[in-house]
Ligand binder design. Sequence first.
Ligand SMILES: Nc1ncnc2c1ncn2[C@@H]1O[C@H](COP(=O)(O)OP(=O)(O)OP(=O)(O)O)[C@@H](O)[C@H]1O
Length: 613
Amino acid sequence: MAAPDGPTGSASAAGPVLAPASVLAEVAAPRLRVENVSKTFGRHRALREVGLDLLPGEIHALVGQNGCGKSTLAKVLTGYHAPDPGGRVLVDGSPLRLPVRPLEARAAGVAVVHQSLGLVNEATVVENLRVGRFQAGRLSRRIRWGHERAEASALLERLGRSLPLHVPVGTLAEEARAAVAIARALQDASPGRGLIIFDESTRSLGREALEQFYEILDEVVGTGTAVLLISHRLEEVVEAADRVTVLRDGVVVESGLLTAGLRETDLARLVLGRALAGSTRSPAAALAGPASAARSEAAPSVVARGPGPHASPGAPEGQRAAGPARAAAGEGLIELAGVTGAVATDLSLRLARGEIVGITGLAGSGYDELPYLVTGARRARAGLLSIDGATLALAELDSRAAIAARVVLVPEAREHAGLALDQTIAENVLLPRTGRQRRGLAPVRRDRERSFVKHWINAVDVRPPAPEMTVGKLSGGNQQKVLMAKWLAARPRLLALHEPTQAVDVGARATITAAIRAAAGQGCAVLVAGTDENELALLCDRVLVVQEGRLAAELGGGGVTPEAIVAATYAGGARRLLRPSAARGTTPAAPPDARPDPPEQPGSPQPPAGVSD
Ligand SMILES: Nc1ncnc2c1ncn2[C@@H]1O[C@H](COP(=O)(O)OP(=O)(O)OP(=O)(O)O)[C@@H](O)[C@H]1O
């Protein structure tokens, strides 16, 4: 639904107000105008007559559920997909030829960071940053590597990063890879014109990196360049974007809403097209809901039976099931002793069966090494894992041995760790079982496999629920769900997760949360590394905070609250607002010459259209 005509302006706490897109667009020529763009894959229409205006100097968010068409639009705009005939795309008033030619788009001032980041993992940091821009010596015609290194360092420095320039990017942590991709796009931006598209690029950034990212975006939009920000982090959208457009099933249902005064819960409702239960809580809380409710809605057949804390249905609304406990002392305990990695130092902890333990910290503190070290995905320098009477030396553990012990990892970077993108959903979900079949330890029963796959597709709500679909053709969030299904289906004893709901929409988060709880309910111990305090508070029985490699705090029982997690993580320090200086609320932050007058204040704020309570 398009924004209706009528008075426009800022929003109040009573509700958001429709954006003055049409008014503003007349005042300042849009950096990007999309008209009537559609895209069909086979029989599926991923985009339907989409229209969008990006104004000079604004950060414009594009939000919507997994699979609603956000990345498809980004790929149409940058020439990866050819749109259906009939649409138009204009950059700074000039039409681009359709399908878009990538070089023409770049010349027109369109820069992009795709959701996959688009890096060549085998190439070095400097090569990824400078490919296509290398400068050769005038006489030697050889690449001037000294110059390229200096350029690359300066680009990364803008983002507050100092990375080794000669390592392959595939060896870097996800946050560092994101920084490389973002730095590359920033160098492509043309000050004062065009736009940069960030497709879920901030999903792996910790809070400090996020703050730095928005500082630079402020500089970029300050020149008049526009930013199209695709994100599932609705709190980030509300805090940092000027306006937001909502896509649902390939259709624009809200166009250019001002974010000032827009509440996260209202935006979540627009994304989902329905009201949320308990919407007075934060959307994350409301959507994750009580363990029992989430379970019954999302994965009824995996409802907990085991001894874990999440096994008892019927917890009252808004409460987590009671704290950890469960297995008799010693029984089923998993013990980690002296785990030491690159930064993590001498981390020791015990997990009971069915317990969900969170681990968090600032970037570089080492908290995020733990899931990889205990599952053999990264070699530990030292440490022991005791599980069901067996003790494994982590310095010798590899992934294969860990999987054999039913210790599994859902990594952060699904694109290059954990999913076979050219195989079907069914093949991916069944992959951990085929090892036993290959060794002749389990029979091949096609009918059972089919219902097994169907069960797990439903449990994590993969869309479309088509077992034969190639995973690479799923949207990013649905790929994440397949990754969860694959490892949950392996019935782990210890499930180690790193940012399990990244790139997953606000609705599907509840489904994944429920599936993790159900696994815990069946006795699986869960270790979840992440930085989202709301998610950790909802999911975890205990949360450990790591500082400078060492355990610095432990929160348990009633102390596992978002506020306590933030306080312990920042050791009393405060977090900055993402865009403290931006004068948002009445108009996009256009440069002075392009900035329109603020729209009039409406008499009474209107709720967003298209939401039914
Ligand atoms: N190459 C392709 N072939 C067939 N279908 C595709 C292809 N790429 C995307 N799709 C489908 O188009 C729809 C839109 O996908 P898209 O990746 O744009 O969603 P999205 O909104 O970006 O989702 P997410 O938030 O999960 O990243 C989905 O149903 C997806 O399965």
